[in-house]
Every structure is written in structure tokens, then in C-alpha cells.
Design a protein around this ligand. Structure first.
Ligand code: SF4
Ligand code: SF4
Length: 462
């Protein structure tokens, strides 16, 4: 086995570069495979353990070194993102990441810069971890599903105990050490009914300025499990389509009235990019094609995407074939093009296709009104959401095109809505009454009780 400071004696050399090879790509590394210290009920990845029977689920020295070397060799850009995820990546221990830093130094080309990122549940962090992240300018993603009663519904440990306090402790440590972080909230059947409670909690109590909202869509396989992207029914934890649309629209209404330019919601930023007609929205799910966001398992197996870590989407192993050859393989190129080429007619003729692009192929398992397969399960929600934000998005895109600040939209909307009566048509042109569209009142904080009874922990609202 090669040491992290020694010479790698095995592993494929970089091949001549194929014209199909992208100059840069995103690779999520799973050094512990599916192993996690928590047992979140909706986690799509925990079940993946079945693909590696008998494995210790730890990325070894040799794989780590080949991974870093090949990742750097595969990039033609000076900037490389090294992204860790899981399972729970902190289970590898800090020394693993210290060795990673040594390897980056060993293989970097002059002028290269690295963005180190990690998605973690935050429960194992301490001062030493936080100081390390700060020293190496890591960007941390912390998973939290909202205030305590919403978070603890599904995000529990192996004993079924709540995790809210441990996550918050981890978050405060990152803040104390000045580590860059954002939050990732999975939107499920329970917290999906509490958009403002979730948003205001993240903004006002956590104090974050960068949020991601990811819908939980768990497909039930024929054997009742959720291991494969197969099946046309979903678990009762999965967010419902209209519910997800309402969730996004409600948060958008609050954001566009007071938080533009200070709070960043990934979905809204991606939408604005699409309203501006940019080539890349910043979110693969809202791009025309995909295929440049892959996943690597603890043993070097490379898969088409984090959501398709299953045998049909295994491209190969980097110990046998160089990473760039797998990234540029016909199988992977086709995977990325299929996002566009398998869209049903209903999507191809959709007036918000430019913003939605049929979202992620993993969620395309329902029928269109004409009976064509391949419609996104969340379609109704996305249609509502993208129509709802059309007017403010056009305003923001117009401002940016004229070299002005998108945040000016807040004053423009205030002026446009001043004097409009509740029953008047909404100035956005939707044809709906103002009170049912952009004049919908946003309830005050605390006006809607949180579902303490649904919390597995039985904990009271925090
Ligand atoms: S399959 Fe979905 S999540 Fe994966 S890269 Fe494509 S759009 Fe993104
Ligand atoms: S909103 Fe629905 S019909 Fe339109 S592109 Fe998205 S999934 Fe397709």
C-alpha cells in the first residue's frame, strides 16, 4: 500500500484526453460509503450498504491517494472542488482529512486553488474539527430540517433519539470558529406544511444566509424497500407535489419582500439564472442536461450520480480505469443527455420548461395527462412555483441586465402592490385575486403551532 507522502506504485496513468471530457466536474466522495452515526428515516443512502457486503466501509490510503491524484489530473481548470459526503464523512476521523491536505499539496499544479466542501450532520464536530475547517477554508453543509419539533421527526440517531441539540451544537461551533457553512433542509411530508417556520428559524435563530431545500421523494421498490430508483409509488414521508410547490412559493414571497441580497436560497438563485438565460443554473436538476455531478464510493467505484449509486449506473473503478476516462465514457455522456432527450411531450411543450427542465430524472416516474411515461412526480408543484415567481423573476432579471441590483425588486414590488385591494386582480398578471397570489398574507411568527406530537422524541417546541 502506498503512503500519503510516498509514491503511488499502482493505479492507471492519465490517458490521452477525449474530446468528450469536461474541463471540470463535480464528484461527491463517500469515504464511509453508506455508514452513518444517525438513522434518519428518509435517508436514501443508508440502504446502499447492501451493494458492498462484508466491506469495512472506509476509504483506504491507496484509494484516497488515487482519488486526489486522478481528480487533479482530470481537471483542466485551475480550480478544483474536493467534496466529501456520506454516509457521515466525519466518521473517518480528522487524520484522514489531514492526509488529504498533504496529498493535495503533493499533486497540485502551480496556480491551482481548491474548494474543500463537506456535507455533514454536524453531530460529531468539536473545536478541533472546526479549527481544521477554518484553517483550510472548508465550506460545510449542515443538514437540519427546521426547528426542533420538525427536525426531530425524522432526523434521529441509531437509538431513535432526537438529534436537534447535537446539530445545533455543531453549528454553533462552526460559527464560533468562523467556518463558512450553509444549511441543507430536506422537505418532507411533515415540515413541508411549515415553510415559514422553517425559513424563519434558519434565518433568525440559526443565523444562516445560505439555504438549500431538497425534496424528499422516496420511491417504493417492488419488495417494499427504497434501494433502487424504481417504482411508481412513494413513501408516506415523501413530500407531496403541491405541498412542495406551496412550500417554495411561500418562502419565496417572504424572501422577495425583505431578504433579496441578504439571504441566498439555492432554488431561487438557480431560477434567477434560468430567467436570465444563463447556460448553467448552478443546480443540475434545473439544467437542460446533467452528467457532470458524479459520486465515488469508499472503494473507488465511480457512479453516474449520487442519486444513482446502484449497479446499473456503475461506470467502473478508478483503481482500474482513470477517472477522466469514466467521466467521459459513452455511458456517462448518455446519462447526462438523457435528462433532456427523454423528456415527455408535456414537458417539451411546457411554458416553464426553461426553468424546470423536467427536474431530476430520478423523480420522473409518473404519467403525463396524455398517458406518456416520464413525467416528474413533483410536476404540479414546480408548475405552480415557477408560474408564481415569474413576475418577480422577470423584474429581477431585468434589473440585472441593466446592471442594477436584484434587491431593488423589493421596492418595485412594494410600489406595485401599494393600494391594491385584496379582491383586485394580482398585478403580476396571473389572473388570480391579489389575496390568493402575491398579496397572500404571510402569517406572523408563532401563529401556527408546530407539530410537537409528531416528534419521535416527544420534545416540546424549542
Ligand atoms: S440525475 Fe438528477 S441529481 Fe443526478 S446529476 Fe442528473 S439532475 Fe442532478
Ligand atoms: S413543470 Fe412539469 S411539465 Fe413543466 S417542465 Fe417541469 S415537470 Fe415538465
Amino acid at each position: 500500500m502506498a503512503s500519503s507522502t510516498g509514491t503511488v506504485t499502482s493505479g492507471p496513468a492519465a490517458p490521452p484526453r477525449s474530446p468528450q471530457a469536461p474541463p471540470a466536474f463535480h464528484l461527491l466522495a463517500k469515504p464511509t460509503g453508506a455508514i452513518c452515526n444517525l438513522d434518519c428515516a428518509y435517508c436514501f443512502f443508508l440502504d446502499k450498504e447492501v451493494f458492498y457486503p462484508g466491506s469495512k466501509f472506509r476509504m483506504g490510503e491507496q484509494v484516497l491517494e488515487q482519488y486526489i491524484r486522478q481528480l487533479i489530473e482530470s481537471h483542466q481548470t485551475d480550480s478544483v472542488n474536493i467534496a466529501w459526503q456520506g454516509g457521515e464523512p466525519t466518521l473517518m476521523g480528522l487524520d484522514f482529512y489531514r492526509r488529504t491536505m498533504d496529498l493535495v499539496e503533493k499533486y497540485r499544479r502551480p496556480g491551482m486553488t481548491f474548494l474543500h466542501t463537506m456535507q455533514t450532520n454536524g453531530t460529531l464536530l468539536d473545536d478541533e474539527w472546526a479549527a481544521f475547517f477554518a484553517e483550510h477554508n472548508f465550506l460545510l453543509g449542515i443538514s437540519i430540517d427546521g426547528p426542533r419539533p420538525l427536525h426531530d421527526v425524522y432526523r434521529v440517531d441509531k437509538g431513535g433519539k432526537p438529534t436537534f441539540d447535537k446539530v445545533m451544537r455543531g453549528l454553533r461551533l462552526l460559527q464560533k470558529h468562523g467556518v463558512d457553512y450553509n444549511v441543507l433542509t430536506t422537505v418532507n411530508r411533515v415540515n413541508g406544511d411549515y415553510p415559514l417556520e422553517v425559513y424563519r428559524f434558519l434565518r433568525d435563530e440559526v443565523g444562516t444566509t445560505w439555504m438549500q431545500f431538497i425534496p424528499v421523494v422516496e420511491r417504493i421498490n417492488s419488495d417494499g424497500l427504497t434501494i433502487y430508483q424504481e417504482g411508481t409509488t412513494v413513501s408516506d414521508r415523501s413530500v407531496q407535489p403541491e405541498q412542495f410547490g406551496r412550500f417554495l412559493s411561500t418562502i419565496f414571497d417572504e424572501w422577495v419582500r425583505r431578504d433579496v441580497g441578504t439571504i441566498y436560497v439555492q432554488t431561487f438563485e438557480a431560477a434567477l439564472s434560468n430567467w436570465l438565460g444563463l447556460a448553467n443554473s448552478g443546480m443540475c436538476v434545473f439544467n437542460t442536461t446533467c452528467g457532470t455531478g458524479l459520486a465515488i464510493e469508499h472503494n473507488g467505484d465511480l457512479y453516474s450520480c449520487d442519486h444513482f449509486v446502484e449497479p446499473d449506473y456503475l461506470l467502473g473503478n478508478i483503481q482500474d480505469t482513470h477517472m477522466i476516462e469514466l467521466v467521459a465514457s459513452p455511458q456517462q455522456i448518455q446519462f447526462g443527455l438523457d435528462k433532456r432527450d427523454t423528456l415527455p411531450r408535456f414537458c417539451r411543450e411546457c411554458d416553464v420548461r426553461f426553468a424546470c427542465h423536467g427536474e431530476c430524472p430520478k423523480n420522473r416516474f409518473t404519467l403525463t395527462p396524455a398517458g406518456e411515461p416520464g413525467l416528474n412526480y413533483l410536476c404540479a408543484g414546480f408548475k405552480d412555483f415557477f408560474h408564481h415567481i415569474d413576475f418577480p423573476m422577470k423584474l429581477m432579471a431585468g434589473l440585472i441586465r441593466r446592471q442594477r441590483e436584484a434587491r431593488e425588486v423589493m421596492q418595485i414590488l412594494e410600489r406595485a402592490f401599494t393600494g391594491v385591494e385584496r379582491n383586485d386582480p394580482c398585478p403580476c398578471g396571473s389572473g388570480r385575486k391579489f389575496k390568493q397570489c402575491h398579496g397572500r398574507p404571510l402569517p406572523a411568527s408563532g401563529s401556527k403551532p408546530l407539530p410537537a406530537s409528531q416528534s419521535r422524541s416527544g420534545a416540546a417546541a424549542g
